[in-house]
Each structure stands twice: as structure tokens, then as C-alpha cells.
Design a binder for this molecule. Structure first.
Ligand SMILES: C[S@@+](CC[C@H](N)C(=O)[O-])C[C@H]1O[C@@H](n2cnc3c(N)ncnc32)[C@H](O)[C@@H]1O
Length: 289
């Protein structure tokens, strides 16, 4: 399990993504690559969803692909960061079939059993409480609905983590949850037939500063509660860069991403319904600017 001091603070996550929204698309290369790989998995799923929920939709890469793929479905793009949603909506225009909802994966502002498919690309690693997330997925999924996601595992940014640890032993990098712990959380939420797999992807960069710049633009720089408060000294930064340089091969610096893919189903109602509780509001559309 993950040390709670290394779990992202939600207000910081929202603020970081709100700040980075405008420049996000320019650097989200890994996110689009993983998103495409996640979308390919839909070929194996025989379901014609009427309502699809894209959780942590960002600027809308996955939502747009889902809207094109399932022409009769309504896609709900949900994100914690309203700036991300505003950009996504601007791209789609006011007459889009998509809905834009500002909300939290851990407490979805959606009615029980109201969606047929949940897709989430590289968002769950930002969530504090995976049990709450999967319980919410199960609650909002209709019977026989499906969830597919990609998230990040503990080897992610391992070079940066090791370089910082060699300098001051502090948490400068977010913690990521093991694939097996993600699977266990799905089982605790009584999601059916969970399937998980993992792959390692490596991006390469010319310099450590370029890596840090991209991570910052992605909103992915350190937002853990155990991070060093205040400014990181120039001296510490120089030392960290020196340690990172030890990973240089063939003239480039690697950045490892451990990508964990998962999917599971909402079983038939007879296997235990959660529809008895009070209905929540259907959804709260994003206000006009
Ligand atoms: C790395 S981006 C991925 C965006 C998009 N899925 C893509 O593939 O480009 C992660 C997104 O998750 C959102 N996010 C983080 N925590 C969230 C939460 N608890 N609930 C909903 N969205 C969240 C962020 O605001 C951000 O837009």
C-alpha cells in the first residue's frame, strides 16, 4: 500500500490541472499514446452504450474519440478541473452531444445506474481513495455496464524519484499504487470479472530540465502531502540533475511510465443492487462563462 504522506492533496491536484490546462495538449504525448491503447481495448467489448462517462476527461481527447466511435451515445466528460472542461467544451462547441460536468471521481454527481460505460485515462493515480472511486463506479454503472481505465504504477518516474532520493531522501515524486492493490480495490467494490495488465513505456528527453518542464505542464509535478515545502534550493536541483544524468543512454535520458490497464463489469442486479438509496441529481452542467 502507499504511504499516505505520498498521496496527492485534492485541492493541489485541481489547482495544478487548472493552471496547466492551456498548455496540456502540447505536452500530453504519453497521455494520448496510452489513451489510444486504452481505446483499442474497446474492440473486445461487445456493448452499444447509450451513456458513457469519461472520468478525468481533461481537454477531451478520450471523450472526442468515444463520441466518434459511439455515434448514438451521449458522452459525459467529467473532470475536477473546470479549466480543462472549458477547453474541451470550446473545442466541441455549444451544440455538441457531449455533456461537461465538473466533479470528483470519488463522489460522482450522477444518478445510480445511469451510465453504461466508464472510461478513464490516466486519472485514477490522482485519486486519494480508490475504494471510494470503485464504489462510485459500481453505483453509477447500469447492470452489465463496463469500466475501462489506465492508471500509473509504482515504477512511474522511477529515475526522477531515485535521483531525488540520492540528494535529500525527500518525497519529490507522487506515489503510485501497485496493480494488485488496484485489483483488490475493484474486488472490494464488487466489480465483476476484473482483468488487469501492465506495460512499461519509456519517453526520452535531452535534459532533466526539459523533463521537469513537461511534468509541470502536465500538472504532474509533485503534489504529495509529504513534498518538501518551499522552494527547492538551486544546489539541491543541481545535485539531482547530476544523479539523473547517470541514467543517460545513447545520448538521451529515459522517463519510465508503468501503465496499469484494468477493466471490470457491473454484475446483474440480482447479484446485489445499490439502487435502493436516494437518487442523486442527474448532473450539474458546467455554467456558461
Ligand atoms: C493526466 S490528465 C488526463 C486527461 C485525459 N484523460 C487525457 O487522456 O488526456 C488527468 C485529469 O484528471 C483530472 N482529475 C484528477 N483528479 C480527479 C478526480 N478526483 N476526479 C475527476 N478528475 C480528476 C485532472 O484534472 C486532469 O484533467
Amino acid at each position: 500500500m502507499v504511504d499516505s504522506a505520498l498521496i496527492p492533496e485534492k485541492s493541489q491536484v485541481r489547482a495544478a490541472f487548472n493552471r496547466s490546462a492551456r498548455n496540456y495538449d502540447g505536452v500530453a504525448v504519453l497521455q494520448r499514446e496510452v489513451g489510444d491503447r486504452l481505446l483499442e481495448r474497446l474492440d473486445l467489448i461487445r456493448l452499444q452504450p447509450k451513456t458513457i462517462l469519461d472520468i478525468g476527461s481533461g481537454t477531451g481527447y478520450i471523450s472526442d474519440a468515444l463520441t466518434r466511435r459511439y455515434r448514438k451515445a451521449q458522452v459525459i466528460s467529467l473532470d475536477l478541473a473546470d479549466n480543462m472542461l472549458r477547453l474541451a467544451r470550446k473545442r466541441q462547441g455549444w451544440f455538441s452531444r457531449q455533456r461537461f460536468v465538473c466533479g470528483d471521481a470519488e463522489s460522482l454527481p450522477l444518478a445510480d445506474g445511469s451510465v453504461d460505460m466508464i472510461v478513464s485515462n490516466l486519472t485514477l493515480q490522482w485519486c486519494h481513495d480508490l475504494d471510494a472511486v470503485f464504489a462510485e463506479f459500481r453505483r453509477v454503472l447500469a447492470p452489465e455496464g463496463v469500466v475501462l481505465f489506465a492508471t500509473l504504477g509504482p515504477d512511474t518516474l522511477k529515475e526522477l524519484r531515485r535521483a531525488w532520493q540520492a540528494v535529500d531522501g525527500l518525497s519529490h515524486v507522487n506515489a503510485f499504487i501497485e496493480m494488485h492493490d488496484v485489483g483488490d480495490a475493484m474486488l472490494r467494490a464488487r466489480l465483476a470479472d476484473p482483468v488487469m495488465d501492465v506495460e512499461h513505456l519509456t519517453m526520452t528527453y535531452g535534459s532533466v530540465l526539459a523533463i521537469m518542464r513537461d511534468l509541470k505542464t502536465l500538472g504532474a509535478h509533485n503534489v504529495t502531502q509529504g513534498r518538501a515545502r518551499g522552494l527547492t534550493g538551486k544546489n539541491h536541483l543541481a545535485q539531482m540533475i547530476k544523479h539523473y544524468e547517470q541514467f543517460r543512454r545513447d545520448g538521451v535520458l529515459p522517463v519510465t511510465y508503468e501503465v496499469v490497464y484494468g477493466n471490470a463489469w457491473r454484475a446483474q442486479l440480482s447479484e446485489g443492487t445499490n439502487n435502493a438509496g436516494p437518487k442523486r441529481v442527474a448532473f450539474q452542467p458546467l455554467a456558461k462563462p
